[in-house]
Design a protein around this ligand. Structure first.
Ligand code: UDX
Length: 432
Protein backbone atom coordinates (compact mmCIF):
# COMPACT_ATOMS: atom_id res chain seq x y z
CA UNK A 1 0.00 0.00 0.00
CA UNK A 2 1.07 3.62 -0.40
CA UNK A 3 1.45 5.47 2.89
CA UNK A 4 2.38 8.92 4.10
CA UNK A 5 3.66 9.57 7.63
CA UNK A 6 3.59 13.16 8.85
CA UNK A 7 6.22 13.78 11.52
CA UNK A 8 9.57 11.96 11.67
CA UNK A 9 10.08 11.83 15.44
CA UNK A 10 10.51 8.53 17.26
CA UNK A 11 7.06 7.24 16.41
CA UNK A 12 6.82 8.57 12.85
CA UNK A 13 10.27 7.54 11.70
CA UNK A 14 10.18 4.05 13.19
CA UNK A 15 6.63 3.47 11.93
CA UNK A 16 7.52 4.64 8.43
CA UNK A 17 10.69 2.57 8.30
CA UNK A 18 8.96 -0.59 9.54
CA UNK A 19 6.01 -0.23 7.16
CA UNK A 20 8.53 0.07 4.31
CA UNK A 21 10.37 -2.97 5.66
CA UNK A 22 7.23 -5.13 5.28
CA UNK A 23 6.71 -3.98 1.70
CA UNK A 24 4.60 -0.82 1.78
CA UNK A 25 5.71 2.31 -0.07
CA UNK A 26 6.18 5.10 2.45
CA UNK A 27 6.82 8.80 2.15
CA UNK A 28 7.71 10.55 5.42
CA UNK A 29 6.93 14.24 5.74
CA UNK A 30 8.61 16.65 8.12
CA UNK A 31 8.39 20.42 8.39
CA UNK A 32 12.05 20.58 9.49
CA UNK A 33 14.02 20.93 6.22
CA UNK A 34 17.31 20.09 7.95
CA UNK A 35 15.91 16.83 9.26
CA UNK A 36 14.57 15.90 5.82
CA UNK A 37 17.98 16.61 4.28
CA UNK A 38 19.73 14.55 6.97
CA UNK A 39 17.38 11.59 6.46
CA UNK A 40 17.70 11.77 2.67
CA UNK A 41 21.47 11.51 3.10
CA UNK A 42 21.17 8.39 5.24
CA UNK A 43 21.52 10.18 8.62
CA UNK A 44 19.35 9.23 11.61
CA UNK A 45 18.52 12.01 14.09
CA UNK A 46 18.02 9.61 17.04
CA UNK A 47 19.79 6.60 18.53
CA UNK A 48 17.52 3.60 18.20
CA UNK A 49 18.98 0.09 17.89
CA UNK A 50 18.38 -1.42 14.44
CA UNK A 51 16.71 1.66 12.96
CA UNK A 52 19.58 2.87 10.82
CA UNK A 53 19.84 -0.40 8.90
CA UNK A 54 16.09 -0.56 8.28
CA UNK A 55 16.03 3.04 7.03
CA UNK A 56 19.09 2.57 4.84
CA UNK A 57 17.80 -0.68 3.31
CA UNK A 58 14.41 0.78 2.45
CA UNK A 59 15.68 4.09 1.13
CA UNK A 60 17.98 2.07 -1.15
CA UNK A 61 15.08 -0.10 -2.33
CA UNK A 62 13.02 3.02 -3.10
CA UNK A 63 10.23 2.07 -0.68
CA UNK A 64 11.07 4.82 1.82
CA UNK A 65 11.46 8.50 0.95
CA UNK A 66 11.37 11.88 2.70
CA UNK A 67 9.84 15.21 1.79
CA UNK A 68 8.99 18.56 3.34
CA UNK A 69 5.67 18.78 1.48
CA UNK A 70 2.46 17.52 3.08
CA UNK A 71 0.59 18.00 -0.20
CA UNK A 72 3.08 15.77 -2.00
CA UNK A 73 2.82 13.09 0.70
CA UNK A 74 -0.98 13.15 0.78
CA UNK A 75 -1.26 13.05 -3.02
CA UNK A 76 1.00 9.98 -3.21
CA UNK A 77 -0.76 7.90 -0.52
CA UNK A 78 -3.90 5.95 0.31
CA UNK A 79 -3.37 6.24 4.05
CA UNK A 80 -2.00 9.33 5.82
CA UNK A 81 -0.59 8.96 9.34
CA UNK A 82 -0.33 11.83 11.78
CA UNK A 83 2.67 11.28 14.06
CA UNK A 84 3.50 14.73 15.41
CA UNK A 85 4.28 15.64 19.03
CA UNK A 86 1.58 16.20 21.64
CA UNK A 87 3.70 17.89 24.33
CA UNK A 88 2.48 18.53 27.87
CA UNK A 89 1.45 22.01 29.03
CA UNK A 90 2.08 23.49 32.46
CA UNK A 91 -1.32 22.35 33.82
CA UNK A 92 -0.79 18.74 32.66
CA UNK A 93 -3.08 19.07 29.64
CA UNK A 94 -1.88 18.23 26.14
CA UNK A 95 -0.81 20.82 23.58
CA UNK A 96 -2.85 19.87 20.53
CA UNK A 97 -1.60 22.66 18.27
CA UNK A 98 0.63 20.40 16.11
CA UNK A 99 -2.16 17.89 15.52
CA UNK A 100 -4.62 20.68 14.68
CA UNK A 101 -2.16 22.32 12.28
CA UNK A 102 -1.47 19.01 10.51
CA UNK A 103 -5.20 18.27 10.28
CA UNK A 104 -5.68 21.60 8.50
CA UNK A 105 -2.74 20.98 6.18
CA UNK A 106 -3.95 17.50 5.31
CA UNK A 107 -7.46 18.87 4.72
CA UNK A 108 -6.12 21.49 2.32
CA UNK A 109 -4.16 18.78 0.46
CA UNK A 110 -7.09 16.39 -0.03
CA UNK A 111 -8.26 15.85 -3.58
CA UNK A 112 -9.79 12.39 -3.22
CA UNK A 113 -10.75 9.87 -0.48
CA UNK A 114 -8.02 9.24 2.06
CA UNK A 115 -7.80 7.43 5.38
CA UNK A 116 -6.27 9.73 7.96
CA UNK A 117 -4.79 7.84 10.90
CA UNK A 118 -3.80 9.34 14.20
CA UNK A 119 -0.70 7.60 15.64
CA UNK A 120 0.21 10.26 18.21
CA UNK A 121 -0.88 9.80 21.82
CA UNK A 122 -3.92 12.04 22.16
CA UNK A 123 -6.77 12.73 24.59
CA UNK A 124 -10.00 10.85 24.06
CA UNK A 125 -12.30 12.58 21.53
CA UNK A 126 -9.38 13.85 19.43
CA UNK A 127 -10.60 11.77 16.47
CA UNK A 128 -13.88 13.67 16.59
CA UNK A 129 -12.03 17.00 16.66
CA UNK A 130 -9.73 16.00 13.80
CA UNK A 131 -12.78 14.94 11.76
CA UNK A 132 -14.50 18.29 12.40
CA UNK A 133 -11.33 20.20 11.50
CA UNK A 134 -10.72 18.33 8.26
CA UNK A 135 -14.37 18.76 7.27
CA UNK A 136 -14.05 22.49 7.85
CA UNK A 137 -10.87 22.95 5.80
CA UNK A 138 -11.10 20.36 3.01
CA UNK A 139 -12.43 21.06 -0.49
CA UNK A 140 -16.19 20.53 -0.84
CA UNK A 141 -17.24 17.01 -1.80
CA UNK A 142 -14.01 15.23 -0.81
CA UNK A 143 -14.54 12.20 1.41
CA UNK A 144 -12.25 10.87 4.14
CA UNK A 145 -12.17 8.74 7.29
CA UNK A 146 -10.32 9.40 10.52
CA UNK A 147 -8.89 6.37 12.34
CA UNK A 148 -7.23 6.13 15.75
CA UNK A 149 -4.29 3.72 15.72
CA UNK A 150 -2.15 4.32 18.82
CA UNK A 151 1.48 3.25 18.92
CA UNK A 152 2.87 1.25 21.84
CA UNK A 153 6.57 1.19 21.00
CA UNK A 154 9.21 1.64 23.68
CA UNK A 155 12.27 3.72 22.98
CA UNK A 156 15.33 1.53 22.71
CA UNK A 157 13.20 -1.40 21.50
CA UNK A 158 11.13 0.54 18.99
CA UNK A 159 11.94 -1.48 15.85
CA UNK A 160 11.31 -4.76 17.65
CA UNK A 161 8.09 -3.54 19.26
CA UNK A 162 6.83 -2.33 15.91
CA UNK A 163 7.74 -5.47 13.98
CA UNK A 164 6.37 -7.78 16.71
CA UNK A 165 3.49 -5.92 18.36
CA UNK A 166 1.34 -7.53 21.08
CA UNK A 167 -1.76 -6.08 19.45
CA UNK A 168 -2.88 -3.52 16.89
CA UNK A 169 -5.63 -1.13 17.96
CA UNK A 170 -7.80 0.36 15.23
CA UNK A 171 -10.49 2.86 16.25
CA UNK A 172 -13.01 3.80 13.56
CA UNK A 173 -16.22 5.75 13.28
CA UNK A 174 -17.39 3.95 10.10
CA UNK A 175 -16.73 0.47 8.62
CA UNK A 176 -15.22 1.88 5.42
CA UNK A 177 -11.51 2.09 6.45
CA UNK A 178 -11.42 -1.28 8.28
CA UNK A 179 -10.43 -3.48 5.32
CA UNK A 180 -7.57 -1.14 4.38
CA UNK A 181 -6.32 -1.01 7.97
CA UNK A 182 -6.36 -4.82 8.14
CA UNK A 183 -4.47 -5.04 4.84
CA UNK A 184 -1.92 -2.53 6.11
CA UNK A 185 -1.22 -4.65 9.18
CA UNK A 186 -1.55 -8.06 7.48
CA UNK A 187 2.27 -8.54 7.36
CA UNK A 188 2.43 -8.26 11.17
CA UNK A 189 1.57 -11.30 13.22
CA UNK A 190 -0.66 -9.69 15.85
CA UNK A 191 -4.35 -9.55 16.79
CA UNK A 192 -6.15 -6.51 15.40
CA UNK A 193 -8.70 -4.96 17.76
CA UNK A 194 -11.26 -2.93 15.87
CA UNK A 195 -13.22 -0.56 18.08
CA UNK A 196 -14.61 2.98 18.16
CA UNK A 197 -12.18 5.93 18.07
CA UNK A 198 -12.88 7.08 21.64
CA UNK A 199 -12.12 3.63 23.05
CA UNK A 200 -8.98 3.31 20.93
CA UNK A 201 -7.71 6.66 22.21
CA UNK A 202 -8.44 5.63 25.79
CA UNK A 203 -6.60 2.30 25.39
CA UNK A 204 -3.31 4.15 24.96
CA UNK A 205 -3.63 6.32 28.07
CA UNK A 206 -5.11 3.46 30.08
CA UNK A 207 -2.25 1.11 29.13
CA UNK A 208 0.58 3.54 29.81
CA UNK A 209 -0.95 4.66 33.11
CA UNK A 210 -1.33 1.03 34.19
CA UNK A 211 2.32 0.31 33.39
CA UNK A 212 3.36 3.37 35.40
CA UNK A 213 1.10 2.12 38.18
CA UNK A 214 2.90 -1.23 38.16
CA UNK A 215 6.25 0.53 38.56
CA UNK A 216 4.96 2.74 41.39
CA UNK A 217 3.50 -0.33 43.07
CA UNK A 218 6.92 -1.98 43.00
CA UNK A 219 8.50 1.24 44.28
CA UNK A 220 6.01 1.47 47.14
CA UNK A 221 6.83 -2.15 47.98
CA UNK A 222 10.52 -1.25 47.98
CA UNK A 223 9.90 1.20 50.83
CA UNK A 224 8.20 -1.54 52.87
CA UNK A 225 11.00 -3.97 52.00
CA UNK A 226 13.67 -1.49 53.12
CA UNK A 227 11.85 -1.01 56.40
CA UNK A 228 11.19 -4.72 56.93
CA UNK A 229 14.56 -6.04 55.80
CA UNK A 230 13.02 -7.92 52.86
CA UNK A 231 14.05 -8.02 49.21
CA UNK A 232 11.73 -6.29 46.73
CA UNK A 233 13.11 -8.29 43.80
CA UNK A 234 12.11 -11.52 45.52
CA UNK A 235 8.69 -10.11 46.36
CA UNK A 236 7.96 -8.86 42.82
CA UNK A 237 9.28 -12.09 41.29
CA UNK A 238 7.04 -14.12 43.54
CA UNK A 239 4.09 -11.91 42.66
CA UNK A 240 4.87 -11.63 38.98
CA UNK A 241 5.01 -15.36 38.34
CA UNK A 242 1.27 -15.37 38.89
CA UNK A 243 0.46 -14.94 35.21
CA UNK A 244 -2.47 -12.69 36.02
CA UNK A 245 0.14 -10.19 37.25
CA UNK A 246 3.22 -10.78 35.08
CA UNK A 247 6.83 -10.07 36.01
CA UNK A 248 7.43 -7.14 33.66
CA UNK A 249 7.40 -3.47 34.72
CA UNK A 250 7.79 -4.40 38.37
CA UNK A 251 11.39 -3.27 38.75
CA UNK A 252 11.79 -0.95 41.70
CA UNK A 253 14.39 1.79 41.34
CA UNK A 254 14.69 5.51 40.85
CA UNK A 255 11.23 5.68 39.30
CA UNK A 256 10.02 6.12 35.76
CA UNK A 257 10.89 8.98 33.44
CA UNK A 258 11.04 9.60 29.72
CA UNK A 259 8.78 11.40 27.34
CA UNK A 260 5.77 9.10 27.78
CA UNK A 261 4.83 7.90 31.25
CA UNK A 262 5.09 11.23 33.12
CA UNK A 263 3.33 13.07 30.32
CA UNK A 264 0.64 10.46 29.71
CA UNK A 265 -0.16 10.21 33.41
CA UNK A 266 -0.62 13.97 33.73
CA UNK A 267 -2.69 14.02 30.56
CA UNK A 268 -4.92 11.15 31.69
CA UNK A 269 -5.49 12.76 35.10
CA UNK A 270 -6.40 16.00 33.32
CA UNK A 271 -8.66 14.28 30.79
CA UNK A 272 -10.43 12.40 33.58
CA UNK A 273 -10.96 15.63 35.49
CA UNK A 274 -12.54 17.19 32.43
CA UNK A 275 -14.83 14.17 32.16
CA UNK A 276 -15.84 14.64 35.80
CA UNK A 277 -13.67 12.01 37.48
CA UNK A 278 -10.92 12.66 40.01
CA UNK A 279 -8.40 9.88 39.18
CA UNK A 280 -6.81 9.89 42.65
CA UNK A 281 -5.18 6.52 42.06
CA UNK A 282 -3.05 7.98 39.27
CA UNK A 283 -2.18 11.05 41.33
CA UNK A 284 -0.76 8.66 43.91
CA UNK A 285 1.20 6.88 41.17
CA UNK A 286 2.82 10.24 40.38
CA UNK A 287 3.46 10.99 44.04
CA UNK A 288 5.13 7.62 44.70
CA UNK A 289 7.35 8.23 41.68
CA UNK A 290 8.39 11.66 42.96
CA UNK A 291 8.97 10.36 46.51
CA UNK A 292 11.21 7.59 45.22
CA UNK A 293 13.81 10.10 44.02
CA UNK A 294 13.69 12.10 47.25
CA UNK A 295 14.14 8.92 49.26
CA UNK A 296 17.14 7.84 47.16
CA UNK A 297 18.89 11.20 47.56
CA UNK A 298 18.27 10.97 51.30
CA UNK A 299 19.88 7.53 51.32
CA UNK A 300 23.00 9.07 49.77
CA UNK A 301 22.94 11.97 52.23
CA UNK A 302 22.43 9.71 55.24
CA UNK A 303 25.55 7.77 54.29
CA UNK A 304 27.86 10.55 53.04
CA UNK A 305 26.46 13.11 55.54
CA UNK A 306 27.66 16.28 53.77
CA UNK A 307 27.55 16.27 49.95
CA UNK A 308 29.34 19.56 49.44
CA UNK A 309 32.68 18.91 47.68
CA UNK A 310 32.17 15.14 47.72
CA UNK A 311 33.20 13.47 44.45
CA UNK A 312 30.42 11.26 43.19
CA UNK A 313 30.61 9.11 40.08
CA UNK A 314 27.28 8.69 38.26
CA UNK A 315 26.75 5.91 35.73
CA UNK A 316 23.74 6.56 33.52
CA UNK A 317 22.17 9.73 32.15
CA UNK A 318 19.55 8.37 29.74
CA UNK A 319 16.04 7.89 31.15
CA UNK A 320 16.49 4.14 30.63
CA UNK A 321 18.72 1.63 28.86
CA UNK A 322 19.21 1.47 25.06
CA UNK A 323 18.48 5.10 24.32
CA UNK A 324 20.22 8.46 24.14
CA UNK A 325 17.04 10.19 25.31
CA UNK A 326 17.44 12.33 28.43
CA UNK A 327 13.98 13.91 28.48
CA UNK A 328 12.51 13.73 32.02
CA UNK A 329 15.34 11.37 32.90
CA UNK A 330 15.47 10.36 36.58
CA UNK A 331 19.27 10.15 36.16
CA UNK A 332 19.48 13.82 35.14
CA UNK A 333 17.13 14.81 37.96
CA UNK A 334 19.37 12.95 40.40
CA UNK A 335 22.53 14.65 39.07
CA UNK A 336 20.87 18.04 39.38
CA UNK A 337 19.91 17.33 42.99
CA UNK A 338 23.42 16.14 43.89
CA UNK A 339 25.01 19.11 42.10
CA UNK A 340 22.69 21.49 43.97
CA UNK A 341 24.05 20.09 47.24
CA UNK A 342 27.56 20.99 46.05
CA UNK A 343 28.77 17.53 45.05
CA UNK A 344 31.34 17.23 42.24
CA UNK A 345 30.08 14.76 39.67
CA UNK A 346 31.89 12.46 37.26
CA UNK A 347 29.24 11.23 34.85
CA UNK A 348 29.10 8.74 32.00
CA UNK A 349 26.57 7.01 29.76
CA UNK A 350 26.95 4.65 26.79
CA UNK A 351 24.82 6.88 24.50
CA UNK A 352 23.39 9.94 26.21
CA UNK A 353 26.46 12.07 27.03
CA UNK A 354 25.98 14.56 24.19
CA UNK A 355 22.29 15.14 24.83
CA UNK A 356 22.90 15.37 28.60
CA UNK A 357 25.33 18.26 28.16
CA UNK A 358 22.46 20.62 27.34
CA UNK A 359 20.86 19.88 30.73
CA UNK A 360 24.04 19.39 32.78
CA UNK A 361 26.62 21.73 31.27
CA UNK A 362 30.18 20.42 31.65
CA UNK A 363 32.25 22.28 34.26
CA UNK A 364 34.92 21.60 36.86
CA UNK A 365 32.13 20.17 39.04
CA UNK A 366 30.42 18.26 36.19
CA UNK A 367 32.99 16.09 34.51
CA UNK A 368 32.04 13.90 31.52
CA UNK A 369 34.08 10.70 31.44
CA UNK A 370 34.24 8.54 28.30
CA UNK A 371 35.68 5.45 29.98
CA UNK A 372 32.88 4.03 32.12
CA UNK A 373 35.34 1.95 34.13
CA UNK A 374 37.17 5.14 35.11
CA UNK A 375 34.15 7.02 36.45
CA UNK A 376 34.68 5.85 40.04
CA UNK A 377 38.29 7.09 40.18
CA UNK A 378 38.91 9.25 43.23
CA UNK A 379 35.22 9.20 44.16
CA UNK A 380 33.60 9.09 47.58
CA UNK A 381 30.73 7.13 46.07
CA UNK A 382 29.48 5.65 42.82
CA UNK A 383 25.82 5.92 41.82
CA UNK A 384 24.03 3.74 39.26
CA UNK A 385 21.21 5.81 37.78
CA UNK A 386 20.16 3.97 34.59
CA UNK A 387 19.58 0.24 33.97
CA UNK A 388 22.13 -0.14 31.14
CA UNK A 389 23.21 -3.83 31.05
CA UNK A 390 26.75 -2.58 30.26
CA UNK A 391 27.09 -1.42 33.87
CA UNK A 392 26.87 -5.00 35.14
CA UNK A 393 30.18 -5.63 33.33
CA UNK A 394 31.92 -2.87 35.25
CA UNK A 395 35.46 -3.59 36.43
CA UNK A 396 34.47 -3.54 40.09
CA UNK A 397 37.91 -4.50 41.40
CA UNK A 398 39.41 -1.50 39.58
CA UNK A 399 36.60 0.74 40.82
CA UNK A 400 37.19 -0.33 44.41
CA UNK A 401 40.94 0.23 44.18
CA UNK A 402 40.52 3.69 42.70
CA UNK A 403 37.78 5.02 44.98
CA UNK A 404 38.38 7.18 48.02
CA UNK A 405 35.72 5.19 49.86
CA UNK A 406 34.13 2.07 48.32
CA UNK A 407 30.47 3.06 48.47
CA UNK A 408 27.93 2.22 45.76
CA UNK A 409 24.34 3.49 45.56
CA UNK A 410 22.55 1.35 43.03
CA UNK A 411 19.38 3.13 41.91
CA UNK A 412 18.50 0.33 39.48
CA UNK A 413 19.25 -2.81 41.54
CA UNK A 414 21.73 -4.08 38.96
CA UNK A 415 24.12 -5.84 41.34
CA UNK A 416 23.74 -8.67 43.83
CA UNK A 417 23.97 -7.26 47.39
CA UNK A 418 25.75 -10.37 48.75
CA UNK A 419 28.36 -10.28 45.99
CA UNK A 420 28.97 -6.56 46.54
CA UNK A 421 29.48 -7.17 50.25
CA UNK A 422 31.94 -9.95 49.43
CA UNK A 423 33.87 -7.54 47.21
CA UNK A 424 34.12 -5.14 50.14
CA UNK A 425 31.72 -2.41 49.06
CA UNK A 426 29.28 -0.54 51.22
CA UNK A 427 26.38 -1.18 48.90
CA UNK A 428 22.94 0.41 49.07
CA UNK A 429 20.22 -0.35 46.55
CA UNK A 430 16.44 0.07 46.47
CA UNK A 431 14.23 -2.15 48.62
CA UNK A 432 16.84 -4.83 49.21
C1 UDX B 1 6.61 3.69 27.28
C2 UDX B 1 5.71 2.45 27.04
O1 UDX B 1 6.36 1.28 27.52
C3 UDX B 1 5.38 2.31 25.56
O2 UDX B 1 4.49 1.23 25.36
C4 UDX B 1 4.73 3.62 25.10
O3 UDX B 1 4.39 3.56 23.76
C5 UDX B 1 5.66 4.79 25.36
O4 UDX B 1 5.96 4.84 26.76
P1 UDX B 1 9.19 4.27 26.99
O5 UDX B 1 8.85 5.58 27.66
O6 UDX B 1 10.00 4.27 25.76
O7 UDX B 1 7.85 3.47 26.63
O8 UDX B 1 10.00 3.39 28.07
P2 UDX B 1 9.72 2.20 29.07
O9 UDX B 1 10.58 1.06 28.70
O10 UDX B 1 8.29 1.92 29.21
O11 UDX B 1 10.30 2.81 30.44
C6 UDX B 1 9.75 4.00 31.01
C7 UDX B 1 10.43 4.34 32.31
O12 UDX B 1 10.08 3.42 33.33
C8 UDX B 1 11.96 4.33 32.29
O13 UDX B 1 12.43 5.46 33.01
C9 UDX B 1 12.34 3.05 32.99
O14 UDX B 1 13.59 3.14 33.61
C10 UDX B 1 11.23 2.94 34.01
N1 UDX B 1 10.95 1.56 34.44
C11 UDX B 1 10.49 0.64 33.55
C12 UDX B 1 11.10 1.21 35.78
O15 UDX B 1 11.50 2.04 36.62
N2 UDX B 1 10.78 -0.06 36.16
C13 UDX B 1 10.33 -1.00 35.30
O16 UDX B 1 10.05 -2.12 35.74
C14 UDX B 1 10.17 -0.64 33.95
Amino acid sequence: MRLCIIGTGYVGLVTGACFAEVGHTVVCVDADAKKVALLRNGGIPIYEPGLEEVVRRNVASGRLSFTGSTAEGVAASEVVFIAVPTPPQADGSVDMSYIEAVAREVAASLTAYRIIVDKSTVPVKTGEKVTETIKRYCPAGVDFDVVSNPEFLREGFAVDDLMKPDRIVVGVSSPRPVAAMRELYAPFDAPVIVTDTNSAELIKHAANSFLALKISYANALSVICDAAGANVQEVTRGMGLDNRIGTRFLNAGLGFGGSCFPKDLSAFIHISEQLGYDFRLLKEVQQINADQMVRFVKKIQDTLWVLKDKRIGVLGLAFKQNTDDVRTSPAIDLCQRLAKEGAHLRVSDPQAMEKAKALLPPSAAMEYVDDMDAVAEGCDALVIATEWPRFTQLDLARAKRSMRTPIIFDGRNLFDPAEMKRLGFIYKSVGR
